[in-house]
Design a protein around this ligand. Structure first.
Ligand code: PLP
Length: 368
């Protein structure tokens, strides 16, 4: 079986270093908000080219805390609307609605899967305060055009970089492209911890300060609470794991690119049964997922499985069709709905061999 993602094997590669890091934390006697977290924050800031990193409990928390932060600073209020791509993972949308704000779902471009920039302006109202861009599957959104629109309407640009650690737009990395960015270190992500973790990056010192306090019970000074905060912190063990894995991230991304290029160059889409992703800048994509489309997606899924190739659907039900968002169920978003029926993610990882990749391509090219 060619598995979709073999996490055990990925982490075993760094076993000795991970154990050493873990021992260091055990022996330090400090387990929350200490040396490892501080050092990871510095190292991740320098990786992204950004001034501040704040370690938090998860990717969802990172996005939630950015929005809460802007609320505390008086920039967003309870009636604010935030524009977000309709085909994203549910967390991007939860982050908005959890803060009591209104998500405005905008269709993606069917070929790139990213927010369709031409549809943003018609969704802007006097209540719109931000655009939450999602660098879905590891490809950076058309950030230059999005920043132009944001400037014109005085909107914040929040990046959801949960799938795109290390991706570039021109010479800048994601996390440093908008006003603030949320990262996830969930184990399956390109930079994955061995548990939950997340971070906010920003160049805005006021926002950074506010978020740091919000995630620590709303407190800047022990037992003095400025905000009704939450508990969302990156613990020392996870920070130490991430420090090890950050050192290998660029190497891992290069490997993912090799796999993706092999797919792009060798998958034949005769009969239009298979449609490859459209990639404008191959160099900057970090290939968290390799997502193709087919009108016969469910058939393709079973066919691949019968040839011992495991695939995953990201995502089978669009957020606006979820029970949790019953109020949005009536929305008509044809591209998003079509993508939910047609997308399928092929195996890709930092340890996948070219032999396995060749096998996937051979089987895929035999689908008729
Ligand atoms: C994984 C993910 C998140 C949430 O991250 P968690 O760490 O699981 O909370 C948010 N947005 C996107 C696009 C994701 O893929």
């Amino acid at each position: 079986m060619i598995s979709f993602l073999d996490l055990k094997k990925i982490n075993q590669e760094y076993r000795d270093e991970l154990i050493e890091a873990c021992s260091r934390v055990i022996d330090s006697g400090y387990y929350i908000q200490s040396r490892e977290c501080n050092l990871f924050e510095e190292e991740f800031s320098s990786y992204c080219g950004v001034e501040h990193t704040i370690g938090v409990g998860s990717g969802l928390d990172a996005l939630k805390l950015i929005i809460r932060g802007y609320k505390e600073l008086g920039i967003f209020n309870k009636d604010s609307e935030i524009i977000v791509p309709a085909n994203t993972y549910i967390a991007s949308i939860l982050a908005i609605s959890d803060s009591g704000l209104k998500p405005i779902l905008v269709e993606p471009n069917i070929d790139t899967y990213l927010l369709d920039v031409s549809k943003i302006e018609s969704s802007i109202t006097p209540k719109t305060e931000a655009i939450l861009v999602v660098h879905l599957y590891g490809m950076v959104s058309q950030i230059d055009k999005i920043l132009d629109i944001a400037k014109k309407y005085n909107l914040k640009v929040i990046e959801d970089s949960a799938q795109s650690h290390g991706a570039y737009f021109k010479d800048r990395r994601c996390g440093n492209l908008g006003d603030a960015s949320g990262f996830s270190f969930y184990p399956t992500k390109n930079l994955g911890a061995l548990g939950d973790g997340g971070a906010v990056t920003t160049n805005d010192s006021k926002l950074a300060d506010t978020i740091r306090a919000l995630g620590n019970y709303g407190s800047k000074k022990k037992y003095e609470h400025i905000y009704i905060g939450v508990n969302s912190r990156l613990d020392e063990i996870q920070a130490s794991m991430l420090r090890v894995k950050l050192r290998y991230l660029d190497r891992e991304i290069e490997h993912r690119r090799d796999i993706a290029n092999y797919y792009l160059n060798n998958i034949k889409n005769k009969n239009k049964n298979i449609i490859l992703p459209k990639v404008e800048e191959r160099k900057s994509h970090v290939w968290h997922l390799f997502v193709i489309r087919s009108e016969r997606r469910d058939e393709l899924y079973s066919y691949l499985l019968s040839h011992n190739i495991q695939t995953v659907i990201h995502y089978p039900i669009a957020p606006h069709k979820q029970m949790a968002y019953s109020k949005l169920n009536g929305l008509n978003l044809p591209i998003t709905q079509r993508l939910a029926k047609e997308v399928i993610s092929l195996p890709i990882s930092s340890i996948q061999t070219i032999d396995d990749t060749k096998k996937v391509v051979e089987v895929l090219n035999g689908f008729s």
